[in-house]
Design a protein around this ligand. Structure first.
Ligand code: SAH
Ligand code: SF4
Ligand code: F3S
Length: 478
């Protein structure tokens, strides 16, 4: 199973050369962690473009290297220090001045400690200060050792530069938009409430404007992001409160927006209005990531999840009644302190009862400063590993079965990019399955009905269900 904390390298996007510079400045950003970090990486690049930085995919030519980090599990956080060690060597061997910045959740959690552990780091910047990046980077290029891990009163979203239409186009037809950030849930295993801070929701007008700009540049699908996205409670200029369902309804009315997704949801915030939105809005994709973490009530309680297994199962039934073709995915943690074999059996039972299209399972990682880290009942590593493997085997079985069940069906596919082979296109089903079809590149950015012919381990293959529109067919024939 793919670890969501590993992200593919971002494609380079060009920016104009800076005035008065002999050599254009190059920026290399490497992101770890969740989709919000990917979104943030784009916004950091957008914030630095007016400073003359253009993105490069080659770290050796970068003047500014940003590691956009994740603190969720120990391995994710420790990986950063080995990366930093490698970059230090590169920096020392480089013939030009390289500024090294650490952003993201490790930056927020560890602050100046990062510079103490790795002196090659010039700048540490937490997620709420990205709008200050131009100034911070200028300072860090003069004197290293700059640290900004404030939670400023002003919202970064009011100050971050927007991307150009060309940049948005280069990023593809599917885009992320952060609508909510931070978390007030305090699950006892999780660092996010500390690294991303308290919940805040962006005003609906700003979100609608951002989505409109994306649509004008050719985007067809938006994924609304938040650590607790269904707790969204934006307030508009007329002081009216908005819910995620209301936001989705408004966005669904925007011409050109074919698909809306949102992630990540908490079961407690999955209210009736949002369930009804899944029934009423065809643009809202029938695929929902709804982490449950465990199937044991005892463990759910210790995790401070504030729901039990039965209420999760009942919620899923309610959602399926509203949208029968919906598929679900989830996150699971095995080996939380005190987890017995019987608790773990409850998790397996819940997975069998619900049936997931795809999921992530993790070994519990005690995180400094979280209440879980102080709990007794440490589960030995080999027990955790054994449970992880058993759970992953079941989840993988369900994922493969779900993919096989697509064969023979006609699915709408958003065509996103050219495929690996000439004449091939790559897209996504409503369930985020990768789908390959043969077809002309003109179809990129359109939703096409596709007859699914076969299912591989990680993708589906299909055939366009309707004849390619005449002008394209003529061009193909000529
Ligand atoms: N609501 C969040 C969840 C972020 S963390 C969101 O917006 O995505 C993603 C997943 O990592 C969690 O659902 C949980 O399964 C896992 N996770 C979080 N803290 C963890 C820890 N200390 N050890 C192991 N896994 C953890
Ligand atoms: Fe972490 Fe729980 Fe908040 Fe998700 S809901 S970000 S798991 S504290
Ligand atoms: Fe990681 Fe921070 Fe996201 S800890 S999962 S990058 S919110």
């Amino acid at each position: 199973m793919t670890d969501p904390t590993l992200q593919p390298p971002r494609p380079p996007v060009d920016a104009p050369a800076p005035a008065g510079e002999t050599r254009p400045l190059k920026l290399f950003i490497k992101s770890f962690g969740c989709q919000m970090n990917s979104y943030d990486a784009s916004r950091m690049a957008d914030a630095l473009a007016p400073e003359g930085y253009s993105e490069t995919g080659t770290i050796e030519e970068a003047d500014l290297v940003v590691l956009n980090t994740c603190h969720i599990r120990e391995r994710a956080a420790e990986k950063i220090y080995s990366e930093l060690g490698k970059i230090r060597e590169m920096k020392e061997a480089s013939g030009h001045k390289v500024t090294l910045a650490v952003a993201g959740c490790v930056a927020q959690a560890e602050g100046a400690e990062i510079i103490r552990r790795q002196r090659a780091v010039d700048l540490v910047v937490g997620p709420q200060s990205y709008h200050r990046l131009p100034d911070l980077v200028r300072r860090a290029r003069e004197t290293s050792g700059v640290v900004d891990t404030d939670f400023p009163v002003e919202s970064k979203f009011d100050h971050l530069a927007a991307p150009s239409a060309a940049k948005t186009r280069a990023r593809g037809v599917s885009a992320f938009v952060t609508v909510q950030e931070g978390c007030d849930k305090f699950c006892s295993f999780c660092v996010v409430p500390y690294t991303r801070g308290a919940e805040m929701s962006r005003p609906p007008e700003a979100i609608v404007a951002e989505v409109r700009a994306l649509l004008d540049a050719g985007v067809r699908e938006v994924t609304l992001l938040g650590q607790n996205v269904n707790a969204y409670h934006g307030v508009d200029a007329a002081d009216r409160g908005w819910t995620l369902a209301g936001l989705a309804r408004t966005l669904a009315g925007l011409p050109g927006l074919a698909r809306i997704r949102y992630t990540t949801s908490h079961p407690r915030d999955m209210d009736a209005e949002l369930v009804a939105a899944h029934r009423d809005l065809p643009a809202l994709m029938p695929f929902l990531h709804l982490p449950v973490q465990s199937g044991s009530d005892r463990i759910l309680h210790a995790m401070n999840r504030r729901h039990d297994a039965a209420s999760y199962v009942a919620l899923v039934a309610e959602i399926r009644a509203a949208r029968p073709d919906i598929a679900l995915s989830s996150d699971f943690i095995v080996g939380f302190p005190g987890e017995t074999e019987a608790d773990f059996a409850d998790t397996l039972a819940l997975v069998r009862q619900v049936g997931f299209a795809s999921s992530f399972a993790f070994k519990y990682s005690p995180r400094p400063g979280t209440p879980g880290a102080d709990l007794p009942g440490h589960v030995p590593d080999e027990v955790m590993l054994d449970r992880l493997h058993r759970l992953q085997a079941l989840l993988e079985e369900q994922r493969q079965a779900f993919n096989r069940a697509a064969v023979g069906r006609r699915l709408d596919v958003l065509i996103e990019k050219p495929g690996r082979h000439p004449g091939q296109l790559g897209g996504r089903s409503p369930y985020l399955q990768a789908v390959h079809v043969d077809g002309p590149p003109d179809l990129i950015g359109t939703v096409q009905p596709v007859d699914i012919l076969s299912a591989g381990p990680n993708s589906l293959a299909g055939r366009l269900a309707v004849a390619v529109p005449t002008p394209v067919a003529e061009r193909l024939a000529s």
